[in-house]
Design a protein around this ligand. Structure first.
Ligand code: LAC
Ligand code: ZN
Length: 311
């Protein structure tokens, strides 16, 4: 998402020259967009030393809720309904699975289940606006009530204070930490077209349940961006090394399913060293050849962050 916000960059190139590209132009059609090549390059083409970003009016009002939903399809439906009902004011829309509530309640001080009974899935949704008078709490409450009537939402907790808002965000944001307390996990930072997420989960979740009985799916993340952290936590009492020994095979199967649904194996955490083989497998030969050509053009001696992204 940062990629969309960058207007200009200053970059030190491998030979020592400086690309002085700190523009704030919104429109600029002057040949190749060189700056975009450095975004996501993970330092393999040059060292970014400054950036200019798009700015937006300051947020003055927010409304936040945790909604229990029956399944991932309901999450995508609810996202559409909330966008429509709020004049597209949805600024966060995060999927949380039941296990995410359980693990954070167990391991993270100050986190507890804000709803009275257990549900399979939740979304943490937030509306925001720069217009202080915007009645976002009422908009969110009405939209969730309408969704409740249609069975898209099963229960919901609207936050009434900054303290409650912080508690909900803590629940969501401490899922990775809670996973570490449970032991090893296999992590897959995937993205799919938003509308395709439910079909992917409908196929991949049962696959995990059948093929990885020594682990538990912990699928959470940024549904509004089509980005899921499709992680598998080891079950308590399972041998850590034996669990991790299956990492490559499981990663291959999950990423192959991601490709089947036209998704990406690296939504936000990048390629680094760990996913070089994935890039080679899933990028098209044309893309891969162009990436190597760009690398050679910028860094012919291969001195920039060697061993990352491209072999
Ligand atoms: C998160 C990190 C893992 O979404 O990207 O919590
Ligand atoms: Zn994330």
């Amino acid at each position: 998402m940062t990629r969309d916000l960058v207007l200009g960059l200053e970059v030190v190139l491998p030979g020592g020259r400086v690309l002085d590209g700190l523009t704030t132009l919104r429109k600029d059609n002057t040949g190749y967009d060189i700056k975009s090549l450095f975004l996501g390059a993970e330092g393999t083409l040059g060292v970014i030393t400054a950036a200019s970003f798009k700015l937006f009016p300051q947020i003055r009002v927010r409304a936040t809720a945790l909604a229990a939903i029956p399944d991932v399809r309901a999450a995508v439906t609810l996202l559409g309904e909330l966008r429509g009902a709020s004049g597209d004011r949805v600024s966060s829309f995060e999927l949380v699975p039941r296990i995410g509530v359980e693990l954070t309640s167990r391991h993270i001080p100050g986190v507890s289940d804000p709803l009275g009974s257990a549900h399979d899935w939740y979304v943490l949704c937030e509306l925001s606006s720069s217009r202080a008078a915007e009645p976002l709490d009422a908009v969110l409450e009405e939209a969730l009530a309408a969704a409740l009537g249609k069975g898209i939402v099963l229960d919901a907790a609207l936050v009434r204070s900054e303290r409650e808002r912080a508690a909900l965000w803590k629940l969501r944001e401490s899922i990775p930490e809670a996973q570490r307390h449970e032991g090893a996990s296999l992590k897959h930072d995937i993205s799919l077209p938003v509308a395709t997420l439910p079909d992917f989960v409908a196929k991949a979740a049962p696959w995990v349940a059948e093929q990885v009985p020594e682990g538990r799916l912990v699928a959470y993340g940024h549904v509004g961006d089509g980005n899921l952290h499709f992680n598998i936590s080891q079950l308590p009492g399972i041998d850590r090394e034996r669990f991790l020994a299956r990492a490559a095979e499981i990663r291959r199967a999950i990423h192959d399913m991601v490709r089947e649904f036209a998704g990406s194996f690296s939504a936000e955490h990048g390629v680094g060293r760990v996913k070089i083989a994935e890039l080679e497998r899933y990028a098209s030969p044309v893309e891969l050849a162009l990436m190597h050509a760009v690398k050679r053009a910028f860094d012919p001696h291969g001195i920039m962050n060697p061993g990352k992204v491209l072999r």
